[in-house]
Design a binder for this molecule. Sequence first.
Ligand code: CMX
Length: 473
Amino acid sequence: MPFSLRSVRRLAVAQNVQVLKCAVRAMASDVTLLEVMECKISEEQERIKKFRKEHGEFKMGEVTINMMYGGMRGINALITETSVLDPEEGIRFRGLSIPECQEQLPAAENGCEPLPEGLFWLMMTGDVPTKGQVQQLSCEWADRGKLPDHVTKMLKNMPKTLHPMSQFAAAITALNHDSKFAKAYSKGVHKTKYWLYCYEDCMDLIAKLPLVAAAIYRNLYREGKGPDKVDSKLDWSANLTKMLTYDDPQFTELMRLYLTIHSDHEGGNVSAHTTHLVGSALSDPYLSFAAGMLGLAGPLHGLANQEVLIWVQKLQKETGKEPSEKQLQDYIWKTLKSGQVVPGYGHAVLRKTDPRYTCQREFAQKHLPDDPLFKLVSQLYKVVPPILTELGKVKNPWPNVDAHSGVLLQYYGMKEMNYYTVLFGVSRALGVLASLIWDRALGLPIERPKSFSTEALIKKATGGKKGKDIKKK
Ligand code: CMX
């Protein structure tokens, strides 16, 4: 039976029940994210405590030796509340697919793509926020959005040849100068309060990321010129595009979509897992996230969006702007035969076209259907999968998120492909930092899986009997 706000409030006051009080407050239009989190966390702590007491010994699968040598693929070992990845269906953020997020999360005035602020609220609380709650978050991030001088200066002094991702991670590391978590820890704060300081740092960090990202862009590609302050009237994405010196409202809409879909991909990917792992040592959120960004900067992970464009440009150089199907096939085989991967294709978990690719494709079909690069990428979508399938070993021949993002950015004038992973990083903060806050709220311990030497594994697997047959020569 649905309850009205008034009836729940009366019940709560009468019975003084904390859970009901929380439910009442969560419905209020002026409720803050922090207030909602305070309630959610105590409920969740109780729920997990009870669950572990009753089912703590339940087994979630076996670990094989192939899994250990195979990048831990298929080992069930992490808890992540913010999103879950299904191999066939793709990502769901707290149960919502990308099309459902596009439908249900609040959009900007005159816009139709979801505001990433709304996704952050959803990932943190499990609830779809109201428009008012999202506006409140935009204001709060704008309020917190200031860069300390030492970071601005440091970025200005970076050599122009230093990759934007190295600059990004270095600046985030330097922001830990003002970490509230590190300060509270050094003063001996009680561990039940860790999450509150972690929350403060994460909110500050998310608010500062557009400033860091845009400063890197302006220093490298705009001779340091352009707006360098957050505008309190703008949402998080609009502030980012403005400080990047772009004024096309459609580019801002793209950025809202981009920052939403790149935010989270459950817990096992390199950037999420690294942030979680480093955070488990109680390194503050700045250090934890910087470490995650260094993982994102790998070409098999987030740097693939840059690699895709470099690969496509080389293709165009060799074959001309409008290659035939045969030319594409030859180019793909040449890539594979030279021992390289086709960037933007394949995935460790997904076994279908990435829905993040699909929604970017839909954006392109709507806004730039005749763009030559979009046409080329669409052609590759037809030609690459059969070849990767023919190779026989690739588990997923379909495109991932990185196969499409560069096309859209290029169309709106952002041609500096070395920079693309920074935008991925700004977005990734939303998911991994929401998870980090929950890690501290749930008191997850320092992470420390057991490792073995090959020798020890051989002994275990052969019962010590056949070990000599597999001995080193
Ligand atoms: N091109 C060529 N070969 C590929 C391939 C691709 N796109 N994808 C996988 N393979 C190869 C692997 O290199 C591996 O070969 P070896 O056995 O010779 O080492 C074999 O196929 C099996 O790999 P897999 O189990 O299908 O894939 P993995 O889980 O090991 O790796 C990924 C996943 C994403 C690293 C891989 O598909 C790849 O390198 N893709 C290209 C890079 C890329 O687009 N990365 C971005 C992923 C999304 C993101 O994180 O941003």
